[in-house]
Write a new protein. Structure first.
Length: 338
């Protein structure tokens, strides 16, 4: 892996903010380069103390702005969830990380494969670390006579970028392509693209040179999501969870869902928590089903819970079912799962 962190941006922010203490947070896969960057900063700026938040972080929704301020830091660097937004919260700055691994071999393999299936138009998407590879990939597909589409970015998303729960660029082109191709070795993101677009989706892994169809995995997640909605229909007592993570906190959405469920005679307790895990939820023995308005992937392909734990789109489907409507199998074909 050839990971590059945007040290220039870190240096520019330090130059302009002149902090005495800075905090870093980053996903587990980037801990090593983040610790190296923190060491470099301490060495080149002897007056600066760095602190690495060792809790896990899973997205640009998972910053530590208030923790960093509580720790007395003037600046927090959120590393590796590249977005189009420079600053999150009061003192948190997004710092990009890129992986320069070449895609040419796996893209050529994919092009031959797509041609053998008669796919003429492919939707290209990727996640944070590979955005810089989209244009080159388009050119390679072009040489094989395959047209590519890259959807426009929106909100925090760059053109062609997806998060695990936000798919605007993929969704906007889904009806004009034969299949989607996700650059990078993330089954997690490829499954999200497949479920949110309803299109055949292939993961192009530049490390193993594998072109992987994720349809079976996506189908399995969808079945589980639908089954949870049916199980939740029988519950009388619900817990509706507000997630305490900075970018996932949606109290209004939780309160709306609570009221909707109460209108069908359900008993609903409003809960707030940071990490939604089976152990924590099993503590609430009287509650038969949960809805959580934090990360939808916790419900869709996170833990195996002993009771239904619905994400927002599943909760919407449940409300429709309680109103007497059929449960549509396209409940996850959406631009955004929050
Ligand atoms: S809510 Fe979940 S899927 Fe969405 S960006 Fe955050 S961690 Fe990723």
């Amino acid at each position: 892996m050839t990971l590059r962190i945007d040290l220039q941006k870190i240096e520019a922010i330090i130059e302009s903010c002149k902090p005495s203490r800075v905090v870093f947070n980053t996903p587990d896969g980037l801990l090593k380069i983040t610790m190296d960057a923190a060491k470099k900063i301490e060495k080149s700026h002897p007056g600066i103390q760095t602190i690495l938040v060792a809790d896990p972080t899973y997205g640009s929704c998972d910053t530590v702005d208030s923790d960093a301020r509580a720790l007395g830091a003037e600046v927090a660097f959120h590393i590796g969830h590249n977005t189009s937004i420079q600053k999150l919260g009061k003192i948190s700055y997004n710092i990009d990380v890129w992986d320069d691994v070449p895609f040419s071999e796996v893209v050529e393999k994919a092009a031959r494969f797509f041609n053998s299936f008669g796919f003429r138009r492919i939707g290209l998407v990727t996640f944070a670390q590979y955005l810089q590879s989209l244009d080159e990939t388009s050119k390679i597909f072009g040489k094989f006579g395959i047209e590519t589409r890259i959807g426009k970015g929106l909100g925090q998303l760059h053109d062609g970028q997806v998060f695990g729960c936000e798919f605007y660029p993929a969704f906007s082109i889904k009806d004009s392509v034969d299949a989607m191709a996700l650059l990078g070795n993330s089954v997690f993101h490829a499954i999200g693209v497949c479920l949110s677009t309803g299109r055949p989706t292939y993961m192009l892994d530049p490390y193993s040179n594998e072109v992987r169809n994720v349809q079976d995995l996506a189908d399995e997640r969808l079945k589980r999501a639908i089954l949870s909605v049916y199980k939740a229909r029988e519950a009388e007592h619900f817990g509706v969870i507000i997630c305490l993570k900075e970018g996932q906190m949606m109290p209004d959405q939780s309160i709306r869902i609570k009221k909707d469920l109460e209108s069908f005679g359900k008993i609903v307790d409003l809960l707030a928590m940071r990490e939604i895990t089976p152990d924590r939820l099993d503590t609430f023995t009287g509650i038969q089903a949960f809805v959580q308005t934090g990360c939808p992937r916790v419900s869709i392909d996170g833990y195996t819970f002993s009771k239904p734990v619905l994400s927002v789109p599943q909760a919407m489907a449940l409300i429709r079912v309680l109103s007497g409507q059929e449960l549509e199998p396209d409940l996850l074909i959406r631009k955004h799962w929050l």
